[in-house]
Design a protein around this ligand. Structure first.
Ligand code: HMG
Length: 398
């Protein structure tokens, strides 16, 4: 397939690395504990396992691991911006990205900032990165999304928890995916999911959030088409935000119907299968989720996707949605991290339900006293503890 004219100059994702937690909980354990048919999770919402953070892990440790892997391969030359996308912020003032900047050894001549709009903000960060590079193609931008999805124990959202980070190096002449113009966008003030500052778990109107997601993705898609975007049949695959993988199937069917189609559930499942492998095993990772889906597609697709158009459908409750396309670049397969990602997911330690509940109920002191976290993670960075109201991080041997 030839490159469309709208992709000049080519700017996009040059490298994409994921990180997740030390622990994992199979959803069969959760089903067992609550007396629920496990098929509700495996088939009803399309989830098998959720990533669970250890006591010495957080959004910074996952983000530092994913970013570190990008720098190991690409170095730091040309990187002048780090955009950190999260809705699991650890400080009301300081960007979590500044901790990552220090942990991975980025030069001081880098601007760092944190962005928030529920699960959407990594997509805003990617578009802002494209804009910066369009102005000066010699510059590179790190876009880092890192989140932990937490709901109350026993709530209907509990099965849709998870945790992961996705780090992307965005630059001119990218090796993986060139981001196309136009993008379709949609914003609506809706209370489908939110987390007030005083809560560590989210509040959600589950069924309302599904309706809000479909409405917003439909709105972004219609705006994309109105801006002159490609037809649905022009996409080899679409990576949807996946709070649970079945949501992507609902969203794809919605866009297909808006486009005059009527695919069967099996057709939708086959079309999206490659985008779902990682998210089925990680759970919701909020801002990272849609880029976990992209990594899953590129890592798992059997055929050659070179030149193919892939859609990115991003949704963040509250709500903002964006739809855009990208063209998979020649030689992309040599840059994939499929083995690294598989090993990372495979190496998680399985929790039993009791240990998971203990972790879920663990809270951090809020009075400024010295507090050391238990040394549990085998990942490369750990959250060592607190003192004087300050978080401390360190490298491990992982
Ligand atoms: P629920 O009430 O536990 O589940 O909530 P349900 O009764 O609706 O069942 C779920 C599905 O399983 C249904 O299928 C059932 O039929 C099926 P559907 O009708 O949807 O196709 N089912 C079974 N299938 C096979 N065998 C069985 C069986 N039993 C039932 N035995 C809900 C589910 C997703 C609402 C809940 O988990 C929740 O509230 N999750 C959190 C909110 C969420 O993820 N919303 C998604 C859209 S909003 C979004 O994506 C943004 C977000 O990521 C946050 C952000 O932006 O920051 C969340």
């Amino acid at each position: 397939m030839s490159q469309p004219e709208s992709v000049v100059p080519l700017i996009g994702i040059h490298d994409l690395a994921l990180a997740t937690s030390h622990y994992a909980l199979p959803l069969t354990s959760l089903a067992d504990h609550h007396g629920i048919d496990p098929a509700k999770f495996s088939h009803g919402i399309g989830q098998d396992v959720m990533s669970v953070l250890g006591p010495d892990e957080d959004i910074v440790t996952m983000a530092a691991e994913a970013t570190g892997r990008i720098l190991e391969r690409n170095g730091t030359e040309g990187i002048r911006t780090l955009l950190f996308a999260t809705e699991s912020g650890i400080d009301q003032s300081k960007s979590a990205g500044v901790y990552v900047h220090q942990l991975v050894g980025l030069p001081q001549q880098v601007r760092v900032v944190e962005l928030k709009q529920a699960c959407y903000s990594a997509t805003a960060a990617l578009q802002f990165a494209v804009g910066l590079i369009a102005r000066d193609p010699s510059q590179k931008v790190l876009v880092v999304a890192s989140d932990v999805a937490r709901y109350d124990l026993g709530s209907s959202g509990e099965s849709t928890q998870g945790a992961a980070a996705a780090a992307m190096l965005v630059q001119a002449d990218p090796a993986l995916l060139a981001v196309e113009n136009p993008a379709g966008v949609f914003t609506e003030d809706v209370m489908d999911f939110w987390r007030p500052n005083y809560r560590t778990t989210a509040l959600v109107d589950g069924k309302g959030s599904i309706r809000a997601y479909l409405n917003a993705i439909g709105g972004a898609w219609e705006d994309y088409r109105a801006q002159g975007g490609a037809e649905l049949s022009d996409f080899a695959s679409i990576c949807y935000h996946q709070p649970f993988t079945k949501m992507a199937a609902k969203a794809h069917r919605h866009l297909a119907v808006l486009s005059g189609g009527n695919p069967t559930p099996d057709e939708v499942a086959a079309y999206l299968a490659d985008t779902m492998s990682y998210n089925r095993l990680i759970g919701n990772s909020y801002t990272a989720s849609v880029y976990v889906a992209l990594a899953s597609l590129l890592d798992h697709h059997d055929g050659d996707l070179t030149g193919a158009r892939v859609g990115l459908a991003s949704y963040g409750s509250g709500s903002v949605a964006e739809f855009f396309g990208g063209i998979v670049q020649p030689g992309y397969r040599a840059r994939l991290r499929a083995e690294e990602h598989a090993a990372m997911i495979e190496s998680r330690v399985t929790l039993d339900h009791t240990a998971y509940e203990v972790l879920h109920k663990t809270t951090l002191p809020e009075d400024g006293r010295e507090y050391l976290t238990a040394r549990e993670t085998a990942r490369p960075f750990r959250f060592a503890g607190l003192g004087d109201h300050q978080r401390r991080y360190e490298r491990t041997l992982g």
